[in-house]
Design a binder for this molecule. Sequence first.
Ligand SMILES: CC(C)(COP(=O)(O)OP(=O)(O)OC[C@H]1O[C@@H](n2cnc3c(N)ncnc32)[C@H](O)[C@@H]1OP(=O)(O)O)[C@@H](O)C(=O)NCCC(=O)NCCS
Length: 196
Amino acid sequence: MAFQKAVLTDDLDRERARAFFAEHLPQESGWRISDSRVDKELQIPSVILMALEDDRPIGCAFGSNDPEDVLHWRAAGHAELAQAISRRLFMVHQLAVAATHRRLGLGAHLLGGLELHARQSGADLIVLIFDTTAPGLDCFYRSQSCEILEPGQALVIEFSEIKRLCHFRQRKVRYSWAYKFLGTGPEMSHDGAICL
Ligand SMILES: CC(C)(COP(=O)(O)OP(=O)(O)OC[C@H]1O[C@@H](n2cnc3c(N)ncnc32)[C@H](O)[C@@H]1OP(=O)(O)O)[C@@H](O)C(=O)NCCC(=O)NCCS
């Protein structure tokens, strides 16, 4: 399908993306879009892609290098782990397509755009959490070659360079992690940890 693409950079654009998600995501989830000043202060740049039709937003995707965990480990004094997470993981925080434009390949295209950015920035893994009770989401992420964990199951990653195992938990039992390797593919340990 034909549409215009925009990479949103300034704060007025970000406001537009927030409004789009407020209208098209069933419930607000994940990390919220911050202002560019906050991104700079946190040193965690975010990427927002928008698909436009006649200058009207019809799809949007927002991701960055997992600020929640990076900030948690920084605050806990584990700067090395925080740095490893921010360098190697890219998290999709919000993704939505207007109901009128679904099943036309736009969601796949937006996810692919975030994936390309993550790959270019040197991340090894793209990760996200989704509501397993929302119809079609598991099919969508599987169709995009994502691996999906059981609802409530923690994502376990071993950062081999720094010899640290990290459990990425989430509080809602009906939510699942989905992830996709971006490089040649890391090894899985016998207990199910992803070794990066
Ligand atoms: C999830 C979402 C972004 C997918 O966007 P989309 O543009 O409709 O998806 P695509 O057209 O790129 O779908 C690609 C493939 O995914 C699968 N898929 C997508 N939606 C599906 C659904 N509802 N049921 C079953 N399979 C689905 C299909 O295999 C599809 O290919 P096909 O249409 O050729 O069969 C969209 O449904 C959406 O905005 N949902 C509401 C917001 C939301 O819940 N976002 C996710 C937050 S984690």
